[in-house]
Design a protein around this ligand. Structure first.
Ligand code: SF4
Ligand code: SF4
Length: 551
């Protein structure tokens, strides 16, 4: 029985342009002269290098360790020598440079000792999650969120469904399609491992209906699984969904499959669902069952400026120019080079940039294929953007707020829920690059939040310092006061003793024989001693007089 499907709002049907990269099986890529490995290929803190320039490393060896919970390690994609640890331009919309480890391959491609987990079904979930973390696995279809974090839900949350996102709805990209056609069994193994970790009620593998070969391959793999695991029933279901962009958006896919809406600002966990990308699921299988960290990925090389488009198994860190040469780039024809697809990707201005964990596609487009966008015209308030928006946002209003720098208003209108799918820009008859405005606004909001946190920290530091200084001053004042009081007391005691001494008749020669009080002795005791001495002197004198008289 077919599963009941739901729907999500909006969506569009741009030309798919997928066939051109589906003619060849997955190709291998010869070793490049050097591999450039950014320490930040994921969301979160950058990894920390644990090798030095000149070190010899093996394939699969850890080169940089995660720093903190939300971070991911980096491994050597082949054996060789560490040639450099320095800033290099990285593939990012900002175009900024970032710290990279540069590895010079030695051509041996010799592995370090692999440490697979012999039987994942006997392993504790925490052990598997730790292995996934140690293997540097991050989301390979989107922003690169560390996978181990997604697999560590709070103890009180119940995960009902695991969804493997094999939708690949973006035009041109076929990397997941080819992965499923050729390595379906590995994807299914990854899904079983994920299910063992999360213990979900169901595992849904969602594929768009424009991938019949991948659907068939995955169904065969599930059937084979049923035959080989007769006594161990599984809960994997292949769910075919209608082709509509952006049905691969995480929240849109959840709504499509389950009818559940993930509230604004909340992760899928909030509705008891974890979503993982197909390539990530396959990488989990390689890490657990083969002990291989994430060191390569399949990249779709496509666009009319390439003579040999296809899908290429590419080592992370491979310079893009190396790949483009392999795919027969015609530089005369190349008009625009895009990383990702035409809807959500971003333009690159250098071919020296490296492939990273999230590089699913390189689109080398000609001018006819990807013409310059006509100049933007004023908004005619047609409302087409709102109709196309899969996140039920009001793109036209968001545009005004973004253009006017009204960040608070943009926030109120949930700009954070924009998945940057570009559907609004695609349908806008005025050719307004709406999504670019939203990206900029989201960036400004993120910066504002960061500044706020920083100023909060600065204020906390200031207040802490003021408090410490006030405490030190209060302690000093208290000590000074105590000393003054002690001195006053001593002075008063001295005066009292002097007065007593004067009352007793003043000092005599004999009294001077009494030992004077040292500074440390009590002055009152000393005075009393002197009085006693005087009394004794008087008594002695009287006795002497009496003695003389009687004799
Ligand atoms: S689609 Fe373009 S022109 Fe139409 S309302 Fe939206 S922004 Fe304005
Ligand atoms: S880019 Fe954002 S605003 Fe535009 S359609 Fe997509 S989700 Fe909606």
């Amino acid at each position: 029985m077919n599963r009941k499907l739901f729907s999500f709002p909006g969506g569009i049907h741009p030309p798919e342009n997928k066939l051109q990269s589906l003619n060849l099986p997955i190709q291998s890529v010869p070793l490049p002269k050097r591999l450039i490995l950014p320490l930040q290929q994921h969301i979160g803190a950058p990894a920390k290098a644990i090798v030095n320039v000149g070190d010899q490393v093996k394939k699969g060896q850890c080169l940089a360790q995660p720093q903190g919970f939300v971070s991911a390690s980096i491994h050597a994609p082949t054996s060789g020598a560490i040639a450099e640890i320095a800033d290099h331009e990285i593939p990012h919309p900002s175009g900024l440079a970032s710290l990279c480890i540069v590895l010079q391959p030695d051509g041996e491609d010799s592995w370090c000792e692999a440490q697979p987990i012999a039987d994942y079904s006997a392993a504790k979930p925490a052990e598997l999650v730790d292995k996934i973390r140690q293997s540097g696995i991050t989301g390979m279809g989107g922003a690169g969120f560390p996978t181990s974090v997604k697999l560590s839900p709070p103890a009180d949350s119940k995960i009902e469904s695991l969804i493997i996102n094999a939708v690949e709805c973006e035009p041109y990209i076929t990397a997941d399609d080819m992965l499923m056609r050729e390595r379906a069994a590995g994807v299914i193994e990854g899904a079983l491992i994920l299910n063992h970790i999360l213990q979900t009620r169901e595992t849904l593998i969602a594929i768009e209906d424009n991938k019949p070969d991948a659907i068939a391959a995955m169904r065969r793999a599930v059937e084979a699984l049923s035959e080989s695991h007769n006594s161990q029933p599984h809960n994997i279901e292949i769910v075919v969904i209608p082709t509509r962009y952006p049905s691969g958006g995480e929240k849109q896919l959840i709504q499509n499959l389950t009818g559940k809406e993930v509230p604004s600002g909340k992760p899928p966990l909030h509705v008891g669902i974890v979503v993982q990308n197909t390539a990530t699921t396959y990488a989990i299988h390689r890490a657990i069952n083969h002990g291989e960290p994430l060191i390569s990925r399949i990249v779709t090389l496509t666009g009319e400026a390439l003579n040999k488009p296809g899908n290429y198994e590419t080592l992370l860190g491979t310079p893009i120019e190396h790949l483009l040469e392999l795919a027969g780039i015609d530089n005369q024809q190349l008009s625009r080079l895009i990383m990702g697809g035409p809807m959500m990707g971003f333009a690159l201005d250098s071919t020296a940039l490296p492939v990273v964990k999230t590089t699913n596609c390189l689109l080398a487009a000609t001018n006819t294929e990807y013409p310059e966008q006509p100049p933007a015209m004023p908004c005619i308030r047609c409302g087409a953007c709102a109709e196309a928006c899969p996140a039920s946002l009001l793109p036209q209003q968001l545009l005004w707020f973004s253009m006017g720098g009204e960040l608070d208003k943009a926030e109120q209108y949930n700009v954070a829920d924009c998945i940057e799918c570009g559907a609004c820009s695609y349908v806008c008859p005025s050719h307004i690059p709406l999504v670019q405005y939203y990206r900029a606004t989201k960036g400004e909001l993120a910066q504002r939040r960061a500044d706020l946190i920083q100023s909060d920290h600065a204020r906390d530091r200031f207040e802490f310092r003021e408090e410490r200084l006030a405490k030190e001053k209060a302690e000093k004042d208290a000590k000074r006061k105590a000393r003054a009081e002690a001195a006053a007391k001593a002075q008063a005691a001295k005066k009292a003793a002097a007065a007593l001494e004067a009352k007793e008749g003043g000092a005599t020669k004999d009294s001077s024989d009494a030992k004077p009080p040292s500074d440390k002795e009590d002055v009152v005791a000393a005075a009393l001693a002197r009085v006693e001495a005087k009394k004794k002197a008087k008594a002695d004198a009287a006795a002497k007089t009496q003695q003389q008289e009687s004799s």
